[in-house]
Design a protein around this ligand. Sequence first.
Ligand SMILES: CC(C)(COP(=O)(O)OP(=O)(O)OC[C@H]1O[C@@H](n2cnc3c(N)ncnc32)[C@H](O)[C@@H]1OP(=O)(O)O)[C@@H](O)C(=O)NCCC(=O)NCCS
Length: 153
Amino acid sequence: MHYWIEALNGDADLDGILEVEAESFTNPWTREMYAWELQNRSVCHILVVRTAECPVAGFCAFWLVFDEIHINNLAMRPHFRAQGIGTGLLHHVLAEAKELGARRATLEVRASNEGARRLYERLGFYVAATRRNYYSNPVEDALILWRDEPVAG
Ligand SMILES: CC(C)(COP(=O)(O)OP(=O)(O)OC[C@H]1O[C@@H](n2cnc3c(N)ncnc32)[C@H](O)[C@@H]1OP(=O)(O)O)[C@@H](O)C(=O)NCCC(=O)NCCS
């Protein structure tokens, strides 16, 4: 599947992101949460995956905080999953973070989200801590993952 990755570009992309959120998470972020994020563009970065047929096939939202990136959301529309695109997107995010001066990356993942955990572990993330009952709907532990050296490309 041919796809490309670009920085978020305006409200049309935000509509697409909210659709991907609704298709991917039991507690999706709202338009208001993203509007707040987007007022802080020096910290908040959002990359979207585009294909010829779909302007927002997936996305990743992350914060750049000093020399760390905090990956807040990563999701692909169901139709585009299991084709290596999520891996490509995360590679791209780590490479861009490195360009921005980041040396470490962190994120939280539901303990039961085995597909996402495998993806993160393949890209060098490791489990650093567990936050008990962190998630709701359903209640579940969060694993706190870190990666010490953002990869290139
Ligand atoms: C997590 C998520 C972003 C991964 O995106 P993705 O595009 O499906 O990721 P990839 O295709 O790169 O890898 C996923 C699986 O597809 C497999 N895959 C990769 N290329 C493939 C191909 N060409 N053909 C078939 N399978 C392939 C990978 O091996 C991987 O399998 P695994 O589960 O055994 O590790 C996506 O599943 C998603 O949106 N999930 C819901 C939201 C979510 O949980 N986000 C993470 C929150 S922390």
